[in-house]
Write a protein that binds this ligand. Structure first.
Ligand code: BES
Ligand code: ZN
Ligand code: ZN
Length: 481
């Protein structure tokens, strides 16, 4: 993929012009060849600058097509407006089988450039791997993305392509069904990616996890024939001192276990490894960008099924850190595997630990698919994540982790129960995790709502949204400054 920025445009098959809402929309002087059609479209109220509107003009000169996209009101303009515009443009180009795109945006800066390239690459993603009969636009791949602007934007464009491509890899993992992505396959894919990028990969199987006394994690996997894996990815650039550890829930399928889920939409639980996939994508991008900070990714991966050895409601297991857990609901399995993965994180002596998980249905109810829920024990870390979320538009919103919620986890027979009863389900899940994070500064991200897209944004087709990848790359990049 060629990514370039230039001051002027010679010829183009598909150019994009963005305009803000106004009564007096002007055509830039370098586009005089479109003057007549542009004037008519403005006069007929076809080109208004209203957000998410697009008008395709055909030219006879050196520019064959000009797609005019509205950005909305000038006061509300942000990088996200350009990401949305690029999503519209990308999809239009793909529909026309055109693989080169030229954005004519004279005032573009690096944040606009990043948003444009991200929006373009993210919008044309589709999961076609497993289609044999009708593969729509299978061969589509961007040849060239160019921005016509006064500034040199190539660095920002390269960075954006790395991030968006990593997000698409994350999406591939999440969209893959359970039989095509088992914990073993996930681990193999992580090893392959690590080799290509120059990360260290370590895979623990069930034997090694037994030696580590990870009996909370292993109890979930007991109910399935597939072996659980603990995937560890390490980015260790020379001279780095600070260490950030990212832990991602990697349930390749969550049927609920003996506390089985209802049949309707159970298939969507193939995406219950979205946290793990976000860690995978973030480590790939961080490695490729060679950010000057140590980052360790930990992905506990398992299935949650129900054979004769599965966890039963009432079972009590002992986690790696010695805490005993009464499993009152086998469908609250994410916290059981995260518990031991979080304790495992201690050995990396991290400055910060952030876990990311499709942890609770309650999160979908409280914040929907708009913003990721955040809880934790270190306010500075959470403030930094909030900032990174706004900057990347992969946003987080904090919920309280007041001590008062702790009583909901009381068990008469064990140290804690794995569910907190009625009320504040996302918070009691985080409270449960806090029993395994006492040794470090920690924040938890619940992406149950944000991991899956219903195609409300131009650059987010239905399916995995790649949530938390942009956030993590931005956060780590801010931390390394
Ligand atoms: N993976 C689910 C949470 C989930 C729900 C993710 C919807 C994405 C969309 C998790 O393992 C789960 O089943 N949680 C239970 C916990 C409950 C039993 C306390 C839930 O939220 O219902
Ligand atoms: Zn579950
Ligand atoms: Zn789950």
């Amino acid at each position: 993929m060629k990514l370039t920025s230039q001051k002027s445009l010679n010829s183009s098959k598909f150019s994009v012009l963005t305009v803000v809402e106004s009564d007096n929309i002007q055509l830039p002087s370098n586009l005089v060849q479109f003057q007549d059609v542009f004037k008519i479209a403005v006069a007929d109220n076809e080109i208004t600058g209203k957000a998410k509107t697009a008008t395709l003009l055909r030219g006879t000169g050196s520019i064959e097509r000009l797609l005019v996209i509205g950005l909305g009101e000038a006061e509300k303009l942000s990088a996200e407006s350009y990401r949305e515009a690029a999503g519209i443009a990308g999809k239009e180009a793909k529909a026309l089988h055109i693989t080169s795109i030229d954005y004519i945006i004279p005032n573009a800066d690096s944040s606009i450039a990043q948003a444009l390239v991200e929006g373009t690459i993210l919008s044309t993603y589709s999961f076609d791997e497993l289609k044999n009969i009708k593969k729509p636009d299978m061969a589509f791949a961007w040849q060239s993305i160019q921005i016509i602007s006064d500034a040199d934007l190539s660095d920002a464009m390269q960075k954006a392509a790395i991030i968006a491509t990593a997000m698409n890899d994350t999406r591939d993992l999440c969209n893959a069904p359970g039989n095509h992505l088992t914990p073993s396959i996930f681990a193999a894919k992580a090893e392959k990616m690590a080799k290509a990028v120059g990360l260290k990969a370590t895979i623990l199987g069930e034997k090694e996890m037994e030696a580590e006394k990870m009996f909370s994690l292993l109890s979930v996997s007991k109910g399935s024939d597939e072996e659980a894996k603990l995937i560890v990815l390490e980015h260790r650039p020379k001279g780095a001192t600070k260490t950030i550890t990212l832990v991602g829930k990697g349930l390749t399928f969550d049927a609920g276990g003996i506390s089985i889920k209802p049949a309707a939409n159970m298939h969507e639980m193939k995406m219950d490894m979205s946290g793990g996939a976000a860690v995978f994508g973030a480590l790939k991008a961080i490695g490729e960008l060679n950010l000057p900070i140590n980052v360790v990714g930990i992905i506990p991966s398992s299935e949650n099924l129900l054979n004769g050895s599965a966890n039963k409601p009432g079972d009590i297991v002992t986690a790696k850190n010695g805490t005993t857990i009464e499993i009152l609901n086998t469908d609250a399995e994410g916290r059981l595997i995260l518990a031991d993965a979080l304790t495992y994180a201690e050995r990396f002596k991290p400055d910060y630990v952030v876990d990311v998980a499709t942890l609770t249905g309650a999160m979908v109810i409280s914040l929907g698919d708009v913003v990721t829920g955040m809880m934790g024990t270190d306010q500075t870390l959470m403030d930094e994540l909030k900032i990174a979320g706004e900057e990347s538009h992969d946003r987080v919103w904090q919920l309280p982790l007041y001590e008062d919620y702790d009583q909901q986890l009381k068990s008469p027979v064990a140290d804690i129960a794995n569910i907190g009863g009625k009320g504040a389900g996302s918070i009691t899940a985080a409270m449960f995790l806090s029993y395994f994070t006492r040794e470090f500064k920690w924040a938890h991200l619940d992406i149950a709502g944000t991991a899956w897209s219903e195609a409300k944004k131009s650059y987010m087709p239905k399916g995995s949204a790649g949530a938390a990848v942009r956030l993590f790359v931005q956060f780590v990049s801010n931390q390394s400054k």
